[in-house]
Design a binder for this molecule. Sequence first.
Ligand SMILES: Nc1ncnc2c1ncn2[C@@H]1O[C@H](COP(=O)(O)OP(=O)(O)OP(=O)(O)O)[C@@H](O)[C@H]1O
Ligand SMILES: [Mg+2]
Length: 340
Amino acid sequence: MISLTKLTKTFNGPPAVDDVTLSVPEGGFLVLLGPSGCGKSTMLRMLAGLETPTSGTIRFGDTVVADGARITPPDKRDAGLVFQSYALWPHMTVAGNVDWPLKVAGTPNRAGRVAEALKMMGIADLAHRYPGEISGGQQQRVALARMIAPRPKFLLFDEPLSNLDATLRVEMRHELSRLHKTTGATAVYVTHDQIEAMTLATHVAVMNRGRVEQFASPLDLLAKPATAFVARFVGTPPANLIPIRDGAWLARLPDAALRGATGHAMVRAEDLTLATGPRSLSAELMEAIPMAGQLLVTGAVGGHRITCVAPAGTPLTRDLHFALPDAPGAIFDIEGNPIR
Ligand SMILES: Nc1ncnc2c1ncn2[C@@H]1O[C@H](COP(=O)(O)OP(=O)(O)OP(=O)(O)O)[C@@H](O)[C@H]1O
Ligand SMILES: [Mg+2]
């Protein structure tokens, strides 16, 4: 288990991590998801012991590893780390790199551990090569092998796949998932890629300006976004947030389903259709992207982008009409909090 209590880190300006309390069970996979600058890396660095919290507590299992400024050093946390840059030693072979943390810790049977980790990452045949002689994807596998060789109980990742090309990312995503399941370790994983978040996570913390906007399972995030920020950030494509005023769509199309509300109505792309009618919004075509046998059609309505999913091959003209569903998926007030 990893649990955080009122964890806060302030550098100079507003808090980078602001009063975060959450916990993930043993064997869980927590993804920290959010836009650039929201505090993901700062949080992970505090978990790793590379950054001292300003206040709050971090527990790994039953052990308190940070209580305000009293912290356990990184090498005493039973945690493996992998960052975006692999930081392999260039003058050591692949096997040498994987062996390094074991050597430092004085682990017995190092050769066996190294062989096991290389095999698990499918790179046993690269053992005697140097980092300069293997590809980026292979280097990342070496970094992962080095991480798991000491068999840590906690795995910490900061955007480990963002330097890889799209195909390799998919492959490595699967490898990471397998690695997590085989080792049974508890993982914390930073990303701003929500497909990674949705496929790997048991728990997701969506962060915004240092705070956790929502802590939930991937499916709950999609089904019940707690705030307008989460609704706008999660989902592929993300849900539409259409401005409403006094119960009218875009202040001009009154609707009983909105009952006097002002703020934003959430409408998922798959809940809109391209059709005219009394409850439709006129739009100007912006783009149409083929995706998974369908068409993602985006149009501008009074300066707002609205996206809907249409069947492949739908004929498109410059003028579009988005037919609204009977009721929005959620309604948020001006502050972004749910009204219902
Ligand atoms: N060492 C530091 N000194 C001062 N400010 C810092 C330091 N590290 C991070 N910050 C600030 O804290 C905030 C959070 O940064 P952090 O690196 O945690 O964001 P992030 O979510 O990882 O972003 P990204 O997705 O771009 O990596 C930012 O405003 C950043 O400028
Ligand atoms: Mg970061």
